[in-house]
Design a protein around this ligand. Structure first.
Ligand code: NAD
Length: 290
């Protein structure tokens, strides 16, 4: 499953929506806040900044020092909440230890929370209300399933990982009634007794554990659809940088068993950024009742 190709398609759709909003005098704006100098976060933020610019959106990245206090960050969030030119606010995680991430997320206006992490948006997803924001990675995976016409209705969907950014919202999406959902969902995690017993039953297997080679071919049912969310950097002396990005799934082994599989990179990752743009445009559309 080519996530990079589909992400490009979503970005083209988003650019058309941005152009339509611009004609009404509205320029969708995404503000990303990066606290500290975590190198991985800097790479993610750079990618989001570039993608939003390419889609014709406004917005900026606000970089704050690692010594920023919680009060200073909350004051910034309040300023962005009150700024009508800012439609989406994203505070990049992880935050330095003096700042409580939940307190920060709770401060972002739910209608500007394009990450979908605010409790109001989490609650809307669970209830099945469609006027909230769905976290970008699960939303991107659902779009991938749709693009490849994967039958989800009645399917056994096994999700590995219970984080609030991937595993839990993924499960919440797939149990909803409606298109690209209606699955029977099993949520596995680090305390699951016999992981392989669950994964072998899966028609759709979504892996978000952050563990290299957690899923191998003998754990996958023939014909299953396998979505690999993991992003793990491993040593690779043959690469220019000395490292390489791999997922949680043994791609070469599992591709022989699965009917569809996402690679790493160029699988779920590009879809995450594309859905962030989608959510930001939606926030801008809603702000003007479009
Ligand atoms: P996390 O560390 O918050 O959660 C990992 C989850 O995996 C936990 O719930 C844990 O219970 C479960 N887990 C760990 N080891 C396990 C095991 N042996 N068996 C079963 N379950 C196990 O991670 P996260 O934020 O959800 O991210 C997961 C992975 O996905 C990471 O590699 C991360 O980098 C990647 N990620 C990728 C994208 C993307 O856009 N491609 C987005 C978010 C996260």
């Amino acid at each position: 499953m080519d996530g990079a190709l589909l992400a490009q398609k979503v970005r083209t759709e988003v650019a058309a929506d941005v152009a339509a909003l611009r004609q009404r005098g509205v320029v969708p704006g995404l503000t990303v806040v990066l606290v500290g100098d975590d190198p991985a976060s800097a790479v993610y933020v750079g990618g989001k900044e570039k993608a939003s610019r390419e889609a014709g959106m406004a917005g900026e990245t606000i970089r704050l020092p690692a010594t920023t206090s919680q009060a200073e960050l909350l004051a910034l969030v309040e300023r962005l909440n009150a700024d009508d030119s800012v439609h989406g606010i994203l505070v990049q995680m992880p935050l330095p230890k003096q700042i409580d991430p939940d307190t920060v997320i709770n401060h972002i206006l739910p209608q500007k929370d394009v990450d979908g992490f605010h409790p109001v948006n989490v609650g809307k997803l669970l209830i099945g209300h469609t006027d909230g924001f769905v976290p970008c990675t699960p939303a991107g995976i659902q779009r991938l399933l749709g693009e490849y016409a994967v039958r989800t209705t009645g399917a056994e969907c096994v999700v590995i990982g219970r984080s609030t950014i991937v595993g839990k919202p993924m499960a919440a999406l797939m149990i909803q009634s409606g298109p690209l959902a209606d699955a029977t969902v099993t949520l596995c995690h680090s305390r699951t007794r016999d992981l392989a017993a669950h994964t072998r039953r899966a028609d759709i297997l979504i892996v978000a554990a952050g563990r290299t080679r957690l899923v191998t071919a003998e754990m996958v049912k023939p014909g299953a659809v396998v979505i690999d969310v993991g992003m793990n950097r491993i040593d690779d002396p043959t690469s220019r940088t000395g490292t390489r990005l791999v997922g949680d799934v043994d791609f070469d082994g599992v591709r022989r068993v699965a009917s569809l599989i996402t690679p790493v990179p160029r699988g779920v990752g590009p879809m995450t950024i594309a859905m962030l743009l989608r959510n930001t445009v939606r926030a801008a559309q809603r702000s003007v009742g479009a």
